[in-house]
Design a protein around this ligand. Structure first.
Ligand SMILES: Nc1ncnc2c1ncn2[C@@H]1O[C@H](COP(=O)(O)OP(=O)(O)OP(=O)(O)O)[C@@H](O)[C@H]1O
Ligand SMILES: [Mg+2]
Length: 277
């Protein structure tokens, strides 16, 4: 028999686990035989700048299936990063709903959202957002603090990531001691360490030369294949967008489907390395 106070502690632990399970259970709906990992409906995000209201995202709606590669293109300032941050639960919309794995992000408080994000979502930021006083290795491991999985599985996964991103001899350096490309690769490892179900990538190849950009893209595509996660990538590079399953275009905060791979090549894109804009 447990003493009475241990029973209480056990009940509290169970209640906490139940609360976590409620927020993490897989409730993703299935449409046309495919699991919907992300459903965005009529999302609006406005900023107040002086006397002006900027509508960065204007009633955006789209759906992403598990395992899909979706690209988002659009001119600078059209709202791509804002939309990605909303989808990744890093910002809240004024209107509309964002549902991940069947869970409405708006129903979660900051604490729940933080854990949910850490468990299921990965984000590669347009500017890397590495923590300057932490080493590359410590930066990569930051998301693991949010969800306590066993260290052995992290260890193997970490080794693979470090090897494929060619970071082995840079792990104990600070971000300021790394090149732009190396910082980007650390940011990618950080986004992948928790094996996310959706990986959001905001121009992940924007600061890389062609050879490095191709390596990073291949890594993201391989990761998607291996983990079965969805990849939602903002890019200006049409040769990358052309490889996505579907391409959306953002114009003045409005999002529309631009191309479905089954329909043929992208409008106006004839191959080669030309970039959007
Ligand atoms: N924190 C903010 N405060 C005020 N306005 C903002 C803020 N963040 C973004 N905006 C505005 O919202 C609009 C969309 O910005 P966003 O960064 O989403 O564009 P983007 O498509 O990602 O551009 P880029 O291709 O240059 O990265 C822009 O007009 C921008 O000035
Ligand atoms: Mg941006």
């Amino acid at each position: 028999m447990y003493p009475k106070k241990d029973k209480k502690a056990e009940a509290a632990r169970r209640a906490m686990q139940e609360a976590i399970d409620n927020h993490t259970a897989d409730l993703a709906p299935v449409v046309d035989g495919r699991k919907v990992i992300l459903e965005v409906t009529d999302v609006i995000r406005q900023y107040n700048q002086y006397d002006e209201v900027v509508t960065a995202v204007n009633r955006a709606s789209f759906r992403v299936f598990m395992g899909e590669f979706v690209a988002i293109v659009g001119a600078s300032g059209s709202g791509k990063s804002t939309l990605l941050h909303l989808c990744a639960g890093l910002d809240r919309p004024q209107a509309g709903s964002i549902v991940v794995r069947g869970h409405k992000l708006e129903n979660m408080n900051e604490d729940e959202l933080g854990k949910f994000r850490g468990s299921f979502l990965g984000m590669i930021f347009q500017s890397h957002h590495l923590i300057p006083h932490l080493t590359a290795l410590e930066n990569i491991l930051v998301p693991t603090l949010m969800c306590g999985r066993d260290e052995i599985s992290y260890d193997q996964h970490l080794k693979l990531l470090v090897a494929s991103l060619d970071l082995a001899d840079r792990l104990h350096h600070l971000p300021s001691e790394l090149s732009g490309g190396q910082q980007q690769r650390v940011a990618i490892a950080r986004a992948l360490i928790n094996r996310p179900q959706i990986l959001f990538a905001d121009e992940p190849t924007g600061n890389l030369d062609r050879a490095n950009a191709e390596d990073v893209l291949q890594l993201l595509l391989d990761t998607r294949a291996e983990m079965g996660c969805a990849l939602v990538m903002v890019t200006h590079d049409l040769s990358i967008a052309a490889r996505a399953d579907r391409v959306f275009k953002m114009e003045g905060g409005r999002l529309r489907l631009w191309n479905n791979r089954l329909d043929g090549i992208l409008p106006g894109y004839e191959g080669g390395e030309e970039s959007y804009e």
